[in-house]
Design a protein around this ligand. Structure first.
Ligand SMILES: [Zn+2]
Length: 581
């Protein structure tokens, strides 16, 4: 009985709404309102000076008022603006996920480069958002457009003229306000500040960048490092291993002071130097790993397209080169790097034989052992692990379920404890895998060393912002602070005592991911035409400089000027990360 009355009431309300929206004047204003929804959010979230913020709102509003007045039925204009309505949908989804920022170049490139299993892990999480935006924004907008076109009435000439004029005035006021800030950099930028132009610009940027990535093989074909090995360790084979970690954050390592004993093996490893103040130059795998593996850095990212990777540098210096990757990266720039090696073992191409979508990192060890036995002479190895990438629980075997419960039903703040437990288990497993690599190298009685670092960190609902995962347009402390360590074998310490001493001397020094290329080559006493000893932590020439972060348009930005929040600065201070205050 009650339900029936409700039903009648809802029907009546809907009927009234349909009649109310019928007049073209109302539809005109409703469109203007709907078109400005993303801009209204940006008005609150974007860190712009007030006049610029107002300008970034008034100018598009003016344009929509003018355009909507161009036809007798505003629905006709709305249908012509269908791409904008679709873009708005995407933008609103991005805003729901990240809470700020225009659709970024990195978001677009990640959409096309993530592998299927990774995408499906996250899809369930944004499915609700997707449905919400579709039914609350896209469908009503298109329905209004349909109503407008089907309606018999039309906007009057005088109305159209008046509101086009008002639109023009708003546009001009906005244009003037955009020029108010005294500092040129704070003034309104069409490319960066005005939605939807900034989103369109980013789409264009992403397309151009994808093209450059796919042309890498051609643009770098003629490059040579002219690498030479300066000194050899007397009578001994030299083996250098670079372990590229994934999504590991320093604060979760007991080596760095975490209260849970997650990394006991690394803590008790002799000859280990860990760098306390290491931050990444990007929170995005597809940008961070190329910086780790090449001479490119945030301050000079374009070098990437005209040089080759560290693998080629070692190869030219007479090393046999081996890559074992536990991530599916064959189609990316990183995949091109790995194919430069004499031998590339792609674990992602080998079936797991279980329900898991990827292998545990420990499965790298037997391949490494076999290759160490089969090869002789100097060897350079890159091990690309899957580390602590979401879904954390799939990253470690049953024996590493130290912290339970570790099964989170979804990525939601309610499951923070489970997510954190699973994450810590994955760190403990990384500790185990690294200790196995060290043990294998020890058994070789070679002059060897291993450098491990993570490509970036992760958010796991750490504070009131309820942020999760990584690769957000503006990073957090949690995504920036990474573990970075080097193990030197006894033979190495005897052969190159000076380099070991320099590493120890720099353990407290601020460093970034851009030091890996130069440090690895310096450790091996290999000189190239790209060598920069001021970026090698094993060199006395190492220089501390302002640490840059690779922005969305591949531009260098000091990491403390990215738009980090109060909570991030508190954590940076707590962990003693240096930045310009
Ligand atoms: Zn990553």
């Amino acid at each position: 009985m009650n339900g029936g009355r409700h039903k009648v009431k809802i029907q009546e309300a809907l009927h009234r709404l349909i009649i109310w929206t019928h007049a073209q004047v109302r539809i005109y204003f409703l469109f203007a309102l709907l078109f400005m929804v993303p801009n209204a959010v940006f008005f609150v979230t974007e860190p712009l000076e007030l006049p610029v913020r107002v300008a970034a709102f008034l100018m598009p509003l003016g344009v929509w008022l003018i355009l909507l007045a161009a036809a007798r039925k505003p629905g006709i204009v709305a249908w012509c603006l269908l791409p904008k309505i679709m873009l708005d949908g995407g933008q609103l989804i991005a805003l729901s996920v990240f809470g700020e920022s225009v659709i970024a170049v990195d978001m677009l490139l990640n959409l096309t480069s993530s592998n299927a299993s990774e995408a499906s892990e996250l899809l369930t999480n944004i499915l609700m958002v997707l449905a919400g935006v579709f039914f609350c924004y896209t469908v009503p907008t298109l329905w209004l457009a349909y109503r407008s076109v089907r309606g018999r009435d039309q906007l009057e000439r005088s109305f159209r003229r008046r509101w086009a004029g008002i639109g023009m005035v708003l546009f001009v006021i906005g244009w003037g306000l955009g020029k108010v800030p005294a500092n040129m950099y704070d003034r309104l930028s069409w490319r960066y500040d005005v939605y939807p132009l900034n989103a369109v610009y980013n789409i264009g940027f992403a397309i151009r960048k994808a093209e450059r990535n796919s042309n890498y093989a051609q643009t770098s074909a003629d490059f040579r490092y002219e690498a030479t090995k300066l000194i050899a360790a007397a009578d001994k084979r030299e083996i250098y291993v670079l372990v590229v970690g994934e999504t590991s954050r320093a604060m979760e390592w007991s080596l760095y002071g975490y209260e849970r004993p997650t990394t006991p093996r690394m803590e008790s490893t002799e000859g280990l130097v860990y760098f306390r103040d290491a931050v990444t130059q990007s929170n995005n795998t597809h940008k961070s790993v190329p910086i780790i593996l090449s001479p490119a850095c945030a301050e000079g990212y374009d070098v990437l397209y005209h040089t080759k990777s560290i693998v080629t540098a070692f190869k030219e210096a007479g090393f046999h080169t081996l890559v074992i990757a536990n991530q599916k990266l064959t189609t990316s720039m990183i995949g091109s790097y790995y194919r430069e090696a004499d031998q590339f073992i792609d674990l992602s191409a080998i079936p797991t034989g279980s329900l898991l979508t990827s292998h545990h990192d420990g499965e790298i060890i037997p391949y490494l052992r076999a290759q160490l036995a089969q090869t002789s002479g100097n060897l350079f190895v890159v091990l690309h692990t899957y580390g602590s990438h979401f879904n954390y629980r799939e990253r470690y075997p049953e024996a590493f379920r130290h912290y339970t419960p570790d099964k989170a039903e979804a990525i939601r703040p309610a499951y923070r404890e489970q997510l954190r437990n699973a994450y810590d288990n994955s760190i403990a497993y990384t500790d185990q895998v690294l200790s196995e690599v060290v043990e294998l190298l020890r058994q070789q009685e070679a002059c060897s060393a291993m450098l491990y670092l993570s490509d970036h960190g992760e958010d796991i609902f750490d504070d009131a912002r309820a942020r999760y995962l990584h690769a957000s347009p503006i990073p957090t402390y949690y995504q920036l602070h990474i573990p970075y360590l080097i193990w030197f074998s006894e033979s190495y310490r005897q052969a190159f005592p000076q380099k070991y001493a320099e590493a120890q001397a720099h353990a407290e020094t601020p460093i970034s991911t851009n030091t890996v290329f130069h440090t690895m080559l310096d450790m091996a006493a290999v000189r190239t035409n790209m060598s920069d000893s001021t970026k090698a932590v094993t060199s006395e020439a190492y220089q501390v400089c302002d640490r840059m972060y690779l922005g969305d348009h591949d531009d260098p930005i000091p990491f403390w000027e990215l738009g980090l929040k109060k909570q991030d600065f508190e954590m940076l201070d707590r962990w003693g990360i240096a930045y310009r205050k």
